[in-house]
Design a protein. Structure first.
Length: 483
């Protein structure tokens, strides 16, 4: 089982690592061409895209993961795609029209750059909604290769078109969103064709009851995903309301660097954990599903925790390599954001039991509580303490979400936490942290050197200590009650 799980993680790795690398290619160009104030407006436009996706089609995408296998086993994929497409057209198409109209009404209250970026964002949302849902098909089929291929085509196509427009034609920062639109127009038809290839579909396949059943399952997740947007992105709007425009820019850059770096790892596990555990449950029962969840957790801990520690220690050198001095202050937020992402990953692990039990409403309730706590703390603290308070409250929100989900999911799927692995990883990560702090203090004038030596040396220290402590022995997995 461990070998199979590792193989899946490796297959998904390019779909997350390579897009993240593209982000690091883009960031130095953006920060050298555009001031923090302009970058902040671009971030607000992207946040609108994420908000609309979360509130309309993210739950439908989760429904693809949950129901695809059931329909396939009954040879009824035509009915499945008819129900999915009906929900997509209703939710995404309707929202596109409503938001476009709202932007026209609000046009006089927005500056020209912000209005143009928001217009482009709505178009990008329309296309991203469909591509995001259809990317769930290869995930549900556990076809990591196809998922990776289309993810990379979308991301690198967007990057290539966007940078060509900005550098080659002198377009403003909106060229990046045009790149997103162009890539989606090219890739989405192929993605849909591959997803439905071999499936016979007709209007007679549509069933209002089946479409409603999928939506009824998905709508609590929509609410929860909007709450997750609030937990993850609403602080940008709050910072923009109460703090200088430049602060939003350098905070957004630091947040993006840390979040994207952690997402390379976290999202790989998110893509793997639900299909793997759900399939184990269906094929072999609860105990096999719990064993699968424990093994994935163990791998997650020994990779994601040291990554968060490393980002905390190396935040300032990373910013110095990627950005101009106007953005350096944002490095103070990187560590808090990194550990927020770490707890985000753990919360997804805790969610699996609730998803299997179809208790999506409880997931949404917990997400709303965490988001409300985060937003309330932001309004209380950001006006006085600024962007660092926003980063800290984000960490508090994700930690609270993890605790709530783990508590409520326990009766549906027992999560046997590998305590011994936690202890060993804390020892190795702590030693690595000490090394990185000494290195950063001894070599302050060479951020590139610190990053190179720190990354290789820190990884060697971490995994070396884990090996010495016996973490990689087959019998070393200790869970609650065994450690």
């Amino acid at each position: 089982m461990l070998r199979d799980l590792l193989a899946k993680l490796v297959k998904y790795f390019p779909s997350q690592a390579l897009p993240a690398i593209s982000g690091f290619i883009t960031l130095p160009i953006i920060t050298h061409l555009f001031a923090p104030e302009i970058f902040g407006k671009y971030v607000i436009a992207l946040a609108l895209v994420d908000f609309l996706v979360a509130g309309t089609c993210s739950g439908i995408g989760s429904g693809v993961i949950r129901f695809y296998g059931d329909y396939k086993s009954r040879s009824e994929l035509g009915r499945f795609f008819a129900a999915i497409n009906a929900n997509l057209l209703l939710m995404v198409g309707g929202t596109f029209v409503l938001v476009s109209a709202a932007l026209l009404v609000a046009r006089g209250r927005l500056d020209r750059t912000t209005y143009q970026l928001l217009q482009l964002a709505v178009v990008a949302y329309l296309l991203r909604g469909f591509s995001g849902v259809y990317l769930g098909v290869p995930r549900a089929a556990e076809s990591a290769g196809l998922y990776t291929t289309f993810s990379l085509l979308l991301r690198y196509g967007s990057l290539a078109i966007g940078l060509s427009l900005i550098i080659g034609l002198g377009m403003n920062i909106g060229g990046l969103i045009w790149g997103d639109i162009g890539a989606s127009l090219l890739v989405l038809p192929v993605l849909v064709y591959v997803s439905v290839r071999g499936v016979r579909m007709s209007f007679r396949d549509f069933s209002f009851e089946e479409a409603r059943a999928i939506f009824r399952w998905a709508w609590p997740l929509l609410i929860g995903n909007v709450a997750m947007w609030g937990l993850n992105l609403s602080d940008r709007y709050i910072v923009s309301l109460f703090r200088p425009p430049s602060e939003l820019g350098f905070y957004s850059l630091a947040y993006g660097i840390s979040d994207k770096s952690m997402a390379i790892l976290v999202t790989i596990f998110i893509l793997t954990v639900s299909p793997s555990v759900i399939n184990a449950w269906k094929s072999s029962g609860r105990l096999k599903a719990e064993e699968t969840l424990t093994v994935i957790t163990r791998i997650y801990l020994i990779t994601a925790l040291p990554a968060a520690v490393g980002l905390t220690a190396l935040g300032l050198p990373i910013i110095k390599v990627l950005a101009t001095p106007a953005y350096y202050e944002g490095s103070r937020a990187i560590g808090y954001v990194a550990f927020s992402s770490f707890f985000w990953g753990l919360s997804i692990f805790a969610t699996v039991g609730l998803i299997i039990a179809k208790r999506t409403r409880q997931v949404s309730i917990d997400q709303v509580i965490a988001a409300a706590t985060n937003i309330g703390l932001n309004f209380l603290l950001v006006p006085r303490f600024g962007f660092v308070a926003a980063a800290i409250t984000t960490l508090i929100g994700f930690a609270l979400l993890f605790v709530l989900l783990a508590y409520h999911a326990h009766r549906d799927l027992t999560w046997r936490v590998p305590v011994a692995t936690i202890v060993r990883t804390l020892v190795s990560s702590g030693t690595m942290l000490a090394f990185l702090l000494v290195l950063r203090s001894a070599w302050p004038s060479s951020p590139v050197g610190v990053l190179g030596v720190g990354t290789l040396g820190g990884a060697g220290i971490h995994f070396g200590i884990l090996a010495l402590l016996g973490e990689f022995r087959k019998t070393s997995v200790a869970v609650v009650g065994e450690a």
